[in-house]
Design a protein around this ligand. Sequence first.
Ligand SMILES: *Cc1c(COP(=O)(O)O)cnc(C)c1O
Length: 357
Amino acid sequence: MLTVDLAAVRENYRLLSRRAAVPLLPMVKGDAYGLGAVPVARALAGESPVAFGVASVLEGCELRTAGIADAIVVFTPVLPHEFPAARVADLTLCLSNPAHVAAWTSSGGNWQLPIDTGMQRNGVDWRDAGGLRDVLAAGGQPAGVFTHFHSPDSDPDSIGVQESRFEQVLAGFASRPASIHAENSAALLQRAESRYDCARPGIALYGVAVGPAAWVPRGVVTLAGPVVELRRVSAGDTVSYGATWRATGERRIATVALGYADGYPRGAGNGATAMVHDRQVPVVGIVTMDMTMCDVTDVPCQVGDCVTLIGGDAGSSIAAVASHAQRSPYEVLTALRSRVARAYAGADVPRARGTAA
Ligand SMILES: *Cc1c(COP(=O)(O)O)cnc(C)c1O
């Protein structure tokens, strides 16, 4: 069972926004990093977000169909054949191709302008003054101008380099754009106040700290499954595929009915820990598609007991599991969308204090 704590997402939103002292544009792309874009957006709609950030027209339409009335910004460039659908759903597009901008704005569409300050992915190159002139001539003033940091988690100094490139571009605007934004989770977590008008966190909302974080968000995700078998192994016995774990003495092994088809990474074994009855237990051997083995010799454990593979404590956090599995925490989070059943907690927005029941 995968449990998503929507109250924790909301709390992370509030704390991030308060620290940054700006409103947020929460990124709910990739089905809210696998946690469910519709329930996450519904949980955050009451926080008055600047907009919700998605990656495609399809993702934007899904939110509109679910009744989300806030602005929705599609961050991946959209090609003209999708403009009619984007128009119907009243989506804001991020465009930098002058012909596309002209076509989109002539039909009344809202747009934002991405500035590429080193990511080399999309947007107007920061050195390309002519390109900037052309796109502004095609579309007039955009609703927002933004850039994206390529290494805020691994190379914090790169933020400053990209910001000075961004400033150079902004200085070329005749009047200040209505909304300027840049910071993602790693940039926000290592600085207190935002330098811009809003910020675009994704993964920190979902409980994962990335980069040299000054603050660790509250955990959102718990992945837990039942013990379906218990066995005693003797010195020399090996566990799971490839026989990568060998018992050095009598051990008691619990088999948990969750595997990598549920999103728990195959390489987490022989490093990560799980939790049973509030006690840490090592995950032993390679995680298989459907089952995972833990060494429960030192803790009371019976068939049917619940084992938490992700989110039980710091040792089983997304970041810890990802590091043991040599994966990115983004990959571990987005992989949780597979087979496993999901439950949402904290979906109801609590009444404001003092409101009559
Ligand atoms: C994904 C994304 C973000 C959020 O990144 P996190 O590292 O998850 O905070 C912000 N802006 C853009 C343009 C993105 O694509």
